[in-house]
Design a protein around this ligand. Structure first.
Ligand SMILES: Cc1cc2nc3c(=O)[nH]c(=O)nc-3n(C[C@H](O)[C@H](O)[C@H](O)COP(=O)(O)OP(=O)(O)OC[C@H]3O[C@@H](n4cnc5c(N)ncnc54)[C@H](O)[C@@H]3O)c2cc1C
Length: 494
């Protein structure tokens, strides 16, 4: 009988696998290469400022919802939360600011003030937002009963007309030139994103389900790790796994970078899929599908460079997130930027000393741009400094005098993420394949297993194909559920 589990990585997926593993009576040990848990769900201190690596929108903050229940099981809820007023905001070059308020009456009045001639498009937008408020359809799809899932599907089917247009296409409905340009940017500056994605997100926000954990990402991750330890789980930090040991087509343990070997009945990997398959398992358990999934990740991605600024300026009245539309493109980090997206943490006073604030600018960039520079440390550092410098130039347009108020700067790139959490091309770690809409809705777009390898599971991004905390937490739950099913044991939640 399988009684012990080794988990590689203490990201939310790995921690969740450990927690549900303990609930179901398995001996569990997580090997994490960093000194802290959380993986991408990370934050760090610089000179009194907290620089947060992760959360923009945390789904599952409305008590009573399925997703909230997931966070409760994992020890992350209840906790102190902050509810930003808007999903995001967009700043025009002339200084006009569009705040995408969750309060729909306020949103309508605000948009009408900005663009009085756009009543029809505003009406359509607000109607779309309203159509998605209230029901926890993602939670029902992923965690609900058969009846709940059926209700969620019917609810989604009734909203199919919102599924097809992209943000770009929907934005064309506005006559006002500012809103025409602003609306397509609302999903993390990605005009190709489906409108549906934005409306689901906005609907969750309006229902109070999208909030910010007070103190940010790290206390959130630490609370999940605490829950795991309270259940009797073990974590070994600063322990990098180099190989997954196999015998007769079964995973039987791991070898660490220090040469130590550890054995268990089941191995679960929360680490990057490509590295798990090609390095830790030396490419021995692949078929054509797996080989294709291990193909090159995208070269250009959003958020590939972050510019963190700790500033001696009070930004408490500013929106929580803002996309600046630029009148002329600016080259930053080797990329031609027509917009600049940022988070402004003034809404959470714990992120900076009194009277000071943190801004995080999120830049598009190419992986190979930084990889080329990495061979020459001085040039790499110089380019990071230049990216920060140009970013500050742009931010000066909103906050004149900001440059002189900057006290601390930090600029992680995709290479920083790779080094920190072992990803390929930064943090995304997605397999190179398309998830079907159906599996995407269930949060199970990727593969949990490998051909020819028994007693092995993936959790995290490779298994979920989801770039969300709840999707990856759920993958850990699923893996243990599947293990219990195989062992013909009931799946228990305590
Ligand atoms: C900038 C940014 C913003 C985000 N914003 C949001 C948001 O607003 N809302 C949201 O829901 N989600 C957001 N996400 C996504 C979310 O953070 C991730 O989807 C989630 O954290 C991924 O979890 P995971 O389980 O896949 O593991 P990961 O976080 O990828 O963790 C993997 C773990 O494995 C460890 N590891 C890797 N290799 C080894 C090895 N060889 N040996 C031992 N340990 C190893 C790593 O150190 C790491 O701890 C964001 C992510 C980023 C990067």
């Amino acid at each position: 009988m399988a009684g012990s589990i080794i988990v590689i990585g203490a990201g939310v997926g790995g921690l969740a696998a450990g927690i549900y593993g303990r609930m179901n009576g398995f001996d569990t040990k997580i090997f994490e290469m960093n000194a802290v848990p959380g993986g991408q769900c990370c934050a760090w201190k610089r000179g009194g400022y907290t620089f947060d690596g992760c959360i923009h929108h945390l789904f599952g903050c409305a008590p009573g919802s399925r997703l909230y229940g997931l966070w409760q099981e994992l020890g992350a809820m209840p906790r102190a939360m902050v509810q930003p007023e808007e999903c995001t905001s967009v700043l025009a070059p002339d200084g006009r600011l569009f705040r995408d308020y969750y309060d729909l009456d306020r949103l309508r009045a605000h948009m009408t003030e900005l663009a009085p001639g756009d009543a029809a498009a505003i009406d359509e937008y607000v109607r779309g937002c309203r159509a998605f408020v209230g029901a926890d359809r993602l939670g029902e799809m992923m965690l609900g009963t058969g009846a709940g899932r059926a209700r969620a599907l019917v609810g989604m089917a009734a909203r199919l007309k919102w599924l097809t247009p992209t943000m770009e296409k929907f934005g064309r409905r506005f006559k006002d030139l500012f809103l025409k340009r602003a609306v397509p940017q609302l999903v993390y500056s990605n005009p190709a994103a489906p409108l549906f994605v934005h409306l689901v997100r906005h609907g969750y926000g309006a229902a109070g389900s999208l909030q910010w954990p007070s103190g940010g990402t790290l206390p959130f991750a630490l609370s999940i790790a605490r829950r795991y330890k309270e259940l009797g789980g073990e974590i070994a930090y600063s322990s990098r796994v180099e190989r997954i040991l196999t015998e007769n087509g079964r995973a039987v343990g791991v070898r660490l970078a220090d040469g130590g070997e550890h054995r268990a009945d089941v191995v679960i990997s929360d680490a990057d899929g490509r590295k798990t398959i090609m390095d830790m398992l030396e490419g021995r358990f692949v078929d054509d599908g797996v080989r294709r999934a291990c193909g090159e990740p995208p070269e250009t991605t959003a958020w590939s460079v972050h510019v963190y600024l700790g500033v001696k300026r009070d930004l408490t009245g500013e929106p929580s997130a803002m996309i600046m539309l630029l009148d002329e493109p600016v080259e930053i980090a080797g990329h031609r930027c027509e917009t600049l997206e940022m988070q402004i943490y003034g809404f959470d006073r714990t992120m900076a000393p009194a009277g000071k604030s943190v801004i995080k600018a999120e830049l598009f960039s190419d992986y190979s741009y930084w990889k080329r520079l990495a061979g020459d440390r001085a040039r790499y550092e110089e380019e990071k400094a230049r990216a920060a410098d140009r970013t500050i130039d742009v931010l000066e347009r909103r906050w004149p005098g900001l440059r002189a108020q900057v006290e601390t700067i930090d600029v992680p790139t995709q290479l920083t993420w790779e080094r920190y959490m072992g990803g390929t091309h930064g943090f995304a770690n997605m397999p190179a394949k398309k998830a079907s809409l159906w599996s995407g809705l269930k949060g199970a777009g990727g593969d949990m297993t490998l051909p020819g390898l028994d007693r092995f599971y993936f959790v995290g991004v490779w298994a979920s194909m989801s770039g969300s905390l709840f999707g990856n937490a759920l993958s850990g739950r699923r893996a243990i559920q599947e293990l219990c099913r195989r062992l013909k044991r009931p799946f228990i939640i305590t």
